[in-house]
Design a protein around this ligand. Structure first.
Ligand code: GLC
Length: 462
């Protein structure tokens, strides 16, 4: 149990108040309980948001809510999810759901994206569900739940959906814009890093949870093959450090065939001017996106931190990412850990990339805002790489503001100095993210719930 401070006491109280009940049982937490603004869809339980609360509940010895959540979300996959007449693939998990009461009757209503702003597909939900299922099994030893026929079928559907052969040349997963935490148009379509990190973690979770036999063995083989290709690809082609930047700078274009060095035909002119100064001598990171003729050089917080947690990054790359964070502290931690994406897109780029989105103006929200929920991923990455001083520093920064700002959803400005223009207060994943970071700091053994060891079956990188 965490030592009580005022901050922790208040956080626990706020987390408790966010719990959603269905037929008398706790099944999740709402996104936010801000008494001052209209709830919109923040009164729903978002799958990605619940992971922070769920992991904390597991550590606190309250696994029932996580179990109920996993069962209910699995059940929701059969709900109709149509956009006009089109029905997306089975295995997709909802972005969020809510409890609806009609008279004495209660039922769950899911949103698979068909009700969301811009109808974005919540691709990350099925990965988070699998990651949380594996954490639940690790925390409780209750393998029976995951090995039940309905759960195995649920895992098969997810794998079918993402391992199916498509029109593709890469082992990374091709997705539309806004399909994860960044759920608005932000130029994160194609092969965005966060999706690849979640895909990788989910495959590793499936590897542990699949029952042997038929068809489990068939899926297991497909999972292992894809894991090895995906890991190699991300480690080799997403990595950016000074040496790699020098290579790209001197790239030649228009190379044909197997021997091509510049495999994706990236032109040196696409290197953004900020990067040459920003990249430290020691340190590096995984690029935001890699595709034909394209490297998105922006630094995305969640993808890099998760890549450390799950060993998608090599141990050397993991250390280098933490070196970068230490040396670019003001840019990435600033007044509130942690930057969702650095730097912001501005001017004509902002118009083209976001579609002139007023919520994603430069240095706000997804476009360069600071998100306290990322504190727990930062905690995992810092502890896993044995850099506890970085976690301690980030917690000290966050603790100055969290309670005063009433657990704001996100912060604006180059260094995250302003509470986000449209940020909710009492945002649950801000609260749970803080509690989880503290709990991990107090007992790093809990890292095993979310971390994976180096996969021996994988070639390191180029
Ligand atoms: C916003 C965020 C999304 C989050 C949701 C609920 O839509 O962009 O990542 O899941 O709010 O907090």
């Amino acid at each position: 149990m965490l030592a009580e401070s005022t901050l922790i006491k208040e956080a626990r109280k706020a987390l408790e108040a966010s719990i959603v009940y269905y037929q008398g049982k706790p099944i999740g937490t709402v996104a936010a309980c801000d008494p001052e603004v209209e709830a919109l869809n923040y009164d729903q339980c978002f799958v990605r948001d619940f992971v922070s609360s769920g992991l904390f509940f597991l550590i606190e010895g309250k696994p029932d809510i996580v179990r109920n959540f996993l069962i209910e979300v699995l059940g929701l996959q059969s709900q109709e999810k149509r956009l006009d007449c089109f029905e997306p693939g089975q295995g997709l998990k909802p972005a969020s759901f809510k409890v609806v009461s009609r008279g004495d009757e209660e039922y769950l209503l899911a949103d698979f994206g068909e009700q969301a702003i811009a109808r974005v597909a919540p691709i990350d939900s099925c990965f988070w569900w699998l990651i949380l299922l594996r954490a639940y099994v690790k925390a409780t030893g209750d393998l029976e739940l995951a090995q039940g026929a309905d759960f195995q079928h649920g895992i098969h559907l997810i794998l079918k959906l993402c391992l199916e052969s498509r029109f593709d040349m890469f082992p990374t997963l091709l997705v539309p814009d806004g399909s994860f935490m960044i759920d608005r148009r932000m130029g994160v379509y194609g092969y965005p890093l966060e999706i690849q990190a979640l895909f990788h973690a989910a495959l590793r979770a499936a590897e542990e949870l699949l029952l042997p036999g038929d068809p489990g063995d068939m899926y297991l083989q497909a999972v292992q093959t894809r894991l090895s290709h995906l890991t190699y690809h991300v480690r080799s082609y997403y990595w950016l450090d000074l040496q790699r930047l020098n290579e790209i700078y001197r790239y030649r274009g228009e190379e044909f065939g197997e021997a091509a060095i510049n495999k994706f035909n990236v032109y040196p002119d696409t290197i953004p001017p900020w990067l040459t100064d920003w990249l430290p001598d020691t340190g590096g990171y995984l690029a935001g996106n890699v595709g034909p003729g394209q490297i998105d050089f922006r630094f995305f917080g969640q993808g890099n931190l998760l890549a450390i947690a799950t060993c998608l990054a090599t141990p050397q790359q993991a250390q280098a990412i933490m070196d970068l964070i230490a040396q670019r502290w003001q840019d990435l931690v600033g007044h509130m850990p942690f930057k969702i994406c650095y730097p912001a897109v501005e001017g004509q780029d902002w118009r083209t990339i976001t579609g002139s989105d007023p919520k994603n103006i430069p240095w706000s929200y997804h476009n360069g805002g600071n998100w306290p929920v990322l504190l727990w991923s930062l905690a995992v990455a810092a502890l896993k790489t044995d850099r506890p001083e970085l976690l301690q520093g980030a917690l000290e920064v966050a603790e100055k503001r969290l309670l005063i700002d009433q657990w704001a959803e996100y912060y604006d400005g180059r260094n995250g100095r302003l509470v986000g223009k449209e940020a909710r207060k009492f945002q649950t994943w801000t609260i749970a993210g803080y509690l989880l970071a503290k709990a991990l700091q107090e007992n790093p053994n809990h890292l095993s719930l979310i971390c994976f060891d180096e996969d021996p079956g994988v070639a390191p990188c180029r």
